[in-house]
Design a binder for this molecule. Structure first.
Ligand SMILES: C[S@@+](CC[C@H](N)C(=O)[O-])C[C@H]1O[C@@H](n2cnc3c(N)ncnc32)[C@H](O)[C@@H]1O
Length: 216
């Protein structure tokens, strides 16, 4: 059961090829700059207790979790097996195209915290994924959806390519709320770049996040 938010037109992507083709070769690159990544890791430190079972949806070879915190379990999901194999934080993983099949292969209430980084923007069936995230999260568990202001343009649906930062936050929050998540909050912050430029006030990529709680 899920609640539709998007129109068909908003799901349209310029690149209509199945996503597994785009992701068939691993990309061992950072998709977000050091300012964003530092803020995200700090945010995780504040928000995720070490006893948590964490589900990292749309993951790659990095999960951005603090190095010195050991979680109960970290389950990864992504589109490229070589990237997930190389991710040192994952205890297990699965590869799945949510635009084809948004059903999560996990039991109800198995997860404490579900995180999504720079990945929601590629989903054409976000309502179904949001409903599945809710199903696999325990009561009082949380979701953290983080992103910045860049994307693979041709791979993002129109709702993302046409929207600005504020609209992206509103859209993610609306889909989560419509699909049963409560206590939805949005965060928009500037970040500071690393090195000398950072000391001189240089900015990193902006940090945006939507958090939500499973209340029932
Ligand atoms: C820009 S990368 C971000 C990777 C990682 N979260 C990070 O922070 O570096 C986008 C990710 O979105 C996910 N993704 C893209 N298209 C997807 C699809 N159709 N179904 C499921 N996940 C998808 C993949 O895991 C891909 O690695």
């Amino acid at each position: 059961m899920f609640t539709k938010v998007l129109t068909d037109a908003q799901r349209f992507k310029l690149d209509q090829e199945p996503d597994h083709i785009f992701y068939q070769n691993p990309r061992f690159v950072q998709h977000l700059d050091d300012g964003f990544r530092a803020r995200l890791t700090e945010f995780y430190r504040e928000q995720i207790p070490s006893c948590a079972t964490v589900l990292d949806l749309g993951s790659s070879w990095v999960s951005h979790l603090p190095d010195n915190v050991r979680y109960e379990r970290v389950i990864g999901h992504g589109m490229n097996e070589a990237e997930l194999t190389a991710n040192p934080r994952l205890d297990s993983y699965f590869v799945q195209d949510f635009n084809r099949d948004p059903t999560l292969p996990l039991q109800e209430g198995f997860v404490d915290v579900c995180v999504v980084v720079a990945a929601w923007q590629y989903w054409t069936r976000p309502e179904e994924v949001a409903a599945e995230m809710l199903r696999v999260t325990r009561t009082n568990g949380t979701a953290i959806v983080a992103f910045s202001n860049r994307m693979f343009f041709a791979k993002a649906p129109q709702v993302w390519t046409d929207g600005d930062d504020r609209e992206h936050l509103d859209y993610v929050g609306t889909v989560l709320q419509a699909n049963g998540w409560g206590d939805v909050k949005v965060l928009a912050e500037e970040t500071k770049t690393g090195g000398l430029m950072g000391l001189m006030g240089g900015k990193g990529e902006p940090f945006f996040a939507v958090t939500a709680r499973k209340q029932i």
